[in-house]
Design a binder for this molecule. Structure first.
Ligand SMILES: [Zn+2]
Length: 128
């Protein structure tokens, strides 16, 4: 039995630059896990999920279209390293998830159950 709330480790500062480089370079990648390797463990098991907070504003900033303000979780499903930002801009391409505000969870255990097909092989291929 797997407890989703156990075993998460916040991103160590020593790996911050490498982590940011991977996620920033893959800024518009929907399927990170197939495009990039985790800077900590080297596995291609990186994920990212957004949640919107407040209204959709659809504003362009530095050439990128943003959907609104929200939170972002980034994590590696293999070594269970994660990073969380509570105030960020949600890109327009993202399909943000609705996270119950009372969760207050910084690790991705609150968003993982919301991802369609996460952890199984039946994820539908919708679009590119
Ligand atoms: Zn990893």
């Amino acid at each position: 039995m797997t407890d989703m709330t156990e075993g998460w480790t916040g991103l160590p500062m020593a790996h911050y630059k490498a982590w940011r480089r991977v996620f920033n370079e893959m800024f518009t990648a929907h399927e990170l896990s197939r495009a990039a390797a985790c800077p900590l463990c080297g596995k291609g098991t990186l994920y990212r999920a957004f949640a919107l907070q407040g209204p959709e504003i659809h504003r362009r900033l530095d050439g990128e279209l943003y959907r609104g303000h929200g939170q972002v979780w980034e994590w590696c499903d293999n070594c269970r390293t994660f990073d969380h930002t509570g105030h960020t801009l949600v890109p327009d391409w993202a399909r943000p998830h609705t996270v119950p505000p009372e969760t207050g969870s910084r690790d991705p255990s609150a968003v993982i159950p919301l991802l369609p097909g996460f952890g199984d092989a039946t994820t539908p291929a919708d679009g590119e």
